[in-house]
Design a protein around this ligand. Structure first.
Ligand SMILES: Cc1cc2nc3c(=O)[nH]c(=O)nc-3n(C[C@H](O)[C@H](O)[C@H](O)COP(=O)(O)OP(=O)(O)OC[C@H]3O[C@@H](n4cnc5c(N)ncnc54)[C@H](O)[C@@H]3O)c2cc1C
Length: 264
């Protein structure tokens, strides 16, 4: 066995096609909309925020005064615009842009909690029916501080028992389907804490919600650790979408992240 640390990678995010976006804005509102676009593009830190704002502004055609006779003034900056949307709770525009994360070395405890979030997500999880582990990875929660040796002995014991049961089967004579069935049966004796991996795609409305729920002080240690990392990445990469999130330090060096605008 080896002790591991959960890892978080932001492996993909929504991108705009600048040429198509420009063509579309020209078709929609000629010079007014094109002027807005060139200002917004140069001020924007990420495509995700630009896409979200375009989606929002199309609702009232509020790329500039004059495009919609009912609109007599517009919010000037992207920060103001997105903050107003968050404050009003017009959360659906935050569904247009998504991020894809790879969470590695996370436990089955973590993945089980993560997949409870159903809305606005896509999930692909390592199949422990198909993947037969050759050794166990294990993250040591802070609660086991000072108990590393004891935990190691327990996990190694499970690993030994797993290996001896595994050896009782003649894997070389099995077809793939039989291997899958036995691998699936064997995983039942592996601990919930065994390290595995999952790819998680979610839109920003969902990411905001999950950060708030899963970095709460009462949330489980591992998911709090992972979503603290997610929150820091999102604040850095999408400062406007996450502008209302504030953090409070916890003794285990993670943070509780609370949005001013809840249930966006
Ligand atoms: C600290 C903590 C402790 C927990 N303890 C337990 C526990 O002991 N036992 C347990 O079973 N679970 C527990 N959970 C899981 C929790 O109950 C939720 O299942 C999980 O957090 C998913 O959140 P969500 O319901 O907001 O769903 P999401 O899928 O994230 O949905 C987002 C939002 O969409 C809306 N929505 C989603 N689905 C529907 C629907 N079908 N109908 C109407 N509106 C919908 C809701 O507004 C919801 O908040 C815990 C979670 C936390 C954070």
């Amino acid at each position: 066995m080896k002790f591991v640390q959960p890892q978080v990678y932001l492996i993909a995010e929504s991108r705009v096609d600048p040429a198509q976006l420009k063509e579309m804005m020209g078709a929609l509102g000629e010079k007014t909309a094109l002027d807005w676009l060139s200002k917004a593009e140069s001020a924007s830190k990420s495509d995700g925020e630009l896409l979200t704002e375009v989606a929002g502004r199309i609702c009232y055609k509020s790329f500039g005064v004059g495009l919609n006779p009912n609109v007599t003034k517009i919010r000037g900056t992207s920060r103001e615009y997105l903050e107003n949307t968050l404050a009003k709770g017009d959360g659906s525009i935050f569904e247009h842009s998504t991020c894809t994360f790879a969470f590695l070395n996370v436990s089955r405890v973590f993945t089980h909690e993560l997949v409870r979030h159903r809305v606005g997500v896509a999930i692909s999880q390592e199949s422990l029916r198909y993947v037969r582990p050759t050794s166990l990875g294990f993250w040591l929660p802070p609660e086991f501080e000072g108990k590393k040796k004891e935990v190691k002995a327990i996990v190694e014991n499970i690993e030994d028992n797993y290996a001896s049961l595994e050896k009782a089967y003649d894997w070389n004579r099995m077809n793939f389907d039989a291997k899958k069935r036995i691998t699936s049966a064997l995983r039942r004796i592996a601990p919930d804490g065994m390290a595995t991996s999952i790819i998680w795609t979610a839109n920003h409305r969902t990411i905001r919600h999950v950060i708030a729920m899963r970095t709460a002080e009462s949330a489980e240690a591992e998911i709090r650790y992972v979503f603290d990392k997610v929150a820091r990445m999102m604040k850095e990469r999408f400062p406007l979408i996450y502008q209302d999130f504030e953090s409070i330090d916890l003794p285990d060096k993670t943070k509780v992240w609370r949005p001013k605008y809840v249930k966006v």
